[in-house]
Design a protein around this ligand. Sequence first.
Ligand code: GDD
Ligand code: MN
Length: 389
Amino acid sequence: MSWTKSELFTRSRSLSVIIPTYNESQNITKMLDIVSSCLPPETNAEIIVIDDNSPDGTGEITEEYARKSRDSGGCEIKLITRKDQRGLSSAILAGIRASIGESVVVMDSDFSHPPETIAKMIEELKRSDCDIVVASRYVEGGSITGWPFKRKLISKGATKIAQRSLGIKIKDPMSGFFAFRRHIIRNIKFDAIGYKILLEILVKAKEARVKEIPYNFTDRKSGESKLDRSVISDYIKSVWKLYRYGKSIIERRTSVHFLSKAGRFYTVGASGLLVNYIVSFLFGAVLSNLWYIYATMIGILFSMTSNFILNKIWTFEDRDTSLKRTLLQYGSFLAFSGVGAMFQLGMVYVLVGTEHMSYALALFVSVAVASIGNFILNKRWTFKEKIWS
Ligand code: GDD
Ligand code: MN
């Protein structure tokens, strides 16, 4: 691959403007004129047009325009022509992949998105230290001109669905006009179904800080909208996928929490054995010559107490140390330990006595069952947590 002269001198840019087109021959020239004149000169921007091999010649017009612009030292314009793929989201994604700007702006090519807003978006991106700026029809100052009631209704309905089912906070997640810092999408695996690439970014870049600024959406004057029936079913599909995605993240997080708590609980149990042994030994043989049964009882009490304290503070991270609550928890913890011990005893008795299992195996099975039971009972009742959390 060979580099053009301007690519050799400027291998990185601060801004890329992504413009998807399909049959926009009536709009594209004027659009490129206005967008390039609206870009702040210091941004050293590139414009990327992604055309899905439009039959009306949009690609050829763009190619010609890009050549002239390059020859006259104007704005860098790249054309990507996709011959065997169609679809707005995937076109935008192809544009983003081919772009090199630190910030990226995505917009339509039919003047629904006023190019003058780009400078405001970039300004906001810099000024407010956020990662995504969404040009919004639904914040104060924003509006829609030229849409029939039915389209407004569909747009509002789709917005509500996104907000409710995906936990999206912003007012216009269905916007097709937005800017973002490139780094926020670096770990995203895109599905790119349908129209709504912004929605996918909002769901999958959860940590991103988002701002909305108002703009006036004006329905196109030339050419035709590409929104057809399949857009609605694609929308439902993509929301469902994103919903499942969110759920799977929560599931994964929950199982990590559960397992790490179980791990701590067993570690505490093991430390209890050590405490038990050392304390019993100290009382029985070193400090005083207590009867070994008494010394063992003291050892058990000590280990249960240290187990309780460690589980409260470390395993279940319970910071409420008020006396009443702590004593109630302590009582419940001791009771479950007692129940666990009785259960273990009973189980060994049945497994060895009636089932004729070897003692080693019976002991292993009953200790395992009793300790799992102990963990769950204490999690649920002593420390009042949900079991699966
Ligand atoms: N490359 C490519 N491939 N571009 C496409 C395709 C496609 O399959 N479909 C549409 N486009 C381009 C159009 O040429 C236009 O520049 C832009 O994407 C938006 O298409 P329209 O057909 O004009 O969409 P709209 O006006 O109905 O939808 C608008 O409203 C939505 C908000 O409700 C767009 O602004 C969307 O971006 C926006 O999300
Ligand atoms: Mn449009």
